[in-house]
Design a protein around this ligand. Structure first.
Ligand SMILES: Nc1ncnc2c1ncn2[C@@H]1O[C@H](COP(=O)(O)OP(=O)(O)OP(=O)(O)O)[C@@H](O)[C@H]1O
Length: 603
């Protein structure tokens, strides 16, 4: 593959990459020997796909990599173009770190995140007596040799920085509830914030933590004193400023002070991209205690970077240093067997392994385990030869049965919701089932499936074809709306009791009521009979129906894992078992220097 035009013609880059390269290097474009336009287009295209940089050691895996970067010594290319490609610390459009080339901005972000996290990871605290006493009374009985929830609590008390990873129902929220309780016991005036990348995830964390905290007697402090918000709100995002008020990287007058919290818990951390992590760390003084929660096996953010995954995806997870093990033994009386930590940040990362949501012999637990390990043929055999229904089941049906499945299982469900005159019941019921797909357009996409149900319901209720709205339509907010306090990911329902005007209704975070808006006052939403798997992140549903595309191009192991683990009770997968197996066999990696530079290991 040679020229910019060839790359565009073969759809290996898109027009945005093409014109970015042309714009940046107008004068070089005629010189067919210049590598710079090709480099610009390649980096732009990789950034769009979520990579932070171009890593020349894994370039052979990329079809779109122009031949010139495969055959020539990259160091020669860097030297020849030193006017544009600089070393770390230089102010040039591209930065070469010895192995990878970055756009200047992304190198700066990555570099800052690495040094900031390393600095935070070295800060430890002594644990107060009141905490220790409460922990001793409250700690989970060890049914296993090492109770990882207890250890995660200890980590969050001792360390200034903790990453707690765990699959669905492994007790991340339960652990954080204990952590907050012990912190509040020690100091009831501690300033705590709970944050998540989307409004939905933040609200869910607030609700689950509020439930989990009920079992603690918090004396004069109540859980409602703790603020729950999106990371954007925490950082004072303002569309008028075009950035974050509290991140020091903006214009000086707009960031008056660093955020004054003592402890911040960030949920659904796998959704945080490189830029958001940079702004978050930049806004927080080093003394602020940070606890990140997430599932390292889930899909990474849409924007470049997979920071939580890069940090938590280490070979020797749950192996700790001698010092950490000794302190934990003294504190809890429990022994840590493995003390062969390989990464300097190993004592800051823990993975919870036991799921309390699914029985270990349930189909969802088994399927999620196979997906996570990439056991594609086992998964295929399991699903093809198995047809479970009921609690914890996973079932595979073919595309040819899709219409029948929709008609027999889901159409009546949506008809009942449209007939309902009780918003509370209708809302609970509508999101009882959630259809998911990776695609936005084309066959088996959100667009086609949403249209299918909208048209089928219009036909059933004899509504005019041109009518856009009717009772019981689920919607998803897809843009933050600060005026109405509605956030990307919020799920609502179009509803109007009896003959009342249709409103868009969202459950209130404060009580059990619904916030109602006129249709014309809300913008930035889409219908949500079917959601993309990406948009479903941070939400959970009782029953999930995952519709696969006909090709595996848009699928990945992380996408299938995310979709399957959204379900509490059952999963139906509609698609071809071979396509499913193909998707699960490949683990997605994003090009970045973060993992190697933090842990000292190559991916
Ligand atoms: N050690 C434990 N013993 C018994 N039940 C537990 C324990 N830990 C958690 N649970 C229960 O398991 C369920 C899931 O726990 P929790 O919500 O804390 O997990 P989670 O990892 O935050 O889940 P998710 O993020 O997938 O919603 C809850 O009902 C909780 O009460």
């Amino acid at each position: 593959m040679g020229t910019l035009d060839e790359l565009l013609e073969k759809n290996l880059i898109n027009e945005a990459d093409y014109y970015f390269a042309r714009h940046l290097f107008t004068d070089k474009i005629k010189n067919s020997k210049s590598e710079l336009p090709l480099l610009a287009a390649l980096i732009s295209s990789l950034n769009r796909e979520g990579h932070i940089c171009v890593d020349f050691e894994s370039l052979h895996l990329l079809e779109k990599a122009p031949d010139i970067f495969r055959t020539k010594d990259i160091k020669n290319i860097v030297e020849k173009n030193s006017e544009y490609i600089g070393a770390p610390g230089e102010f040039k459009p591209f930065i070469f770190d010895g192995k990878r080339i970055y756009l200047h901005k992304y190198f700066e972000y990555e570099n800052f995140i690495i040094s900031n996290l390393s600095e935070r990871s070295r800060i430890h605290y002594g644990i107060g007596e009141r905490c220790a006493e409460a922990f001793a009374k409250d700690k989970n009985d060890s049914d296993v040799q090492l109770n990882l929830q207890n250890l995660a609590v200890f980590m969050g008390l001792r360390n200034n920085l903790s990453f707690i990873s765990g699959g669905p129902g492994t007790g991340k929220t339960t652990t954080v509830a204990r952590l907050l309780y012990y912190h509040l016991l020690q100091n009831k005036n501690i300033n705590i914030a709970l944050a998540a990348p989307t409004g939905k995830a933040a609200a869910r964390m607030g609700d689950s933590l509020s439930d989990s905290m009920k079992r603690f007697n918090l004396e004069n402090t109540t859980f409602t004193d703790i603020q729950t918000m999106t990371i954007h709100r925490l950082l004072g995002y303002s569309p008028y400023l075009g950035g974050f008020r509290y991140s020091k990287s903006g214009r000086k007058k707009h960031h008056p002070a660093l955020l004054g919290y003592d402890l911040i818990v960030v949920d659904e951390a796998s959704m945080i991209d490189l830029s958001l992590m940079f702004h978050l760390l930049k806004a927080l003084p080093l003394e602020t205690k940070l606890v990140f929660l997430g599932d390292r096996r889930q899909l990474a953010s849409v924007a470049p970077g997979a920071v939580f995954g890069d940090i938590c995806d280490i070979e020797n997870i749950n192996a700790f240093s001698e010092q950490f093990a000794g302190e934990y033994r003294l504190f809890s009386g429990e022994g840590i067997k493995e003390t062969t930590v390989k990464s300097p940040m190993g004592d800051n990362i823990v993975e919870l392994r036991k799921s309390y949501r699914y029985k270990s012999d349930s189909d969802i637990a088994k399927a999620a385990g196979m997906i996570e390990k990439g056991e594609s043929s086992r998964l295929k055999d399991f699903l093809v030869n198995h047809s479970g229904t009921g609690e914890g089941s996973v079932r595979l049906i073919s595309h040819s049965n899709l219409s029948e499945f929709f008609r027999e299982n889901l159409l009546q469900h949506y008809i009942d919701i449209s007939k309902s005159d009780d918003i509370d019941k209708a809302y609970k019921k509508v999101f009882n089932y959630q259809i998911l797909t990776p695609l936005k357009r084309g066959r088996f996409s959100t667009e086609s499936i949403n249209n299918y149900f909208i048209n089928a319901l219009k036909t059933y209720f004899h509504l005019p074809k041109l009518r856009s709205y009717f009772n019981g339509m689920p919607v998803l907010i897809n843009k933050n709306d600060y005026t109405n306090r509605l956030f990307n990911g919020d799920l609502g329902l179009i509803f109007g009791e009896k003959s009342a005007e249709l409103k868009i209704c969202f459950p209130s975070q404060e009580d059990s009521s619904f916030r109602q808006f006129r249709l014309k006052d809300i913008y930035g939403y889409e219908f949500a009979y079917c959601l993309t798997v990406h948009k479903s992140q941070g939400s959970e549903f009782d029953n999930v129906v995952l519709v696969l595309p006909e090709k595996s191009d848009f699928l990945s192991r992380e996408l299938i894992y995310t979709a399957v683990t959204r379900a509490r009770h059952s999963v139906v997968i509609i698609g071809n078992p071979d396509i499913l197996a193909e998707a699960v066999s490949v683990k997605t990696t994003r090009m970045s220097g973060l993992r190697e530079k933090i842990h000292g290991v190559t991916p």
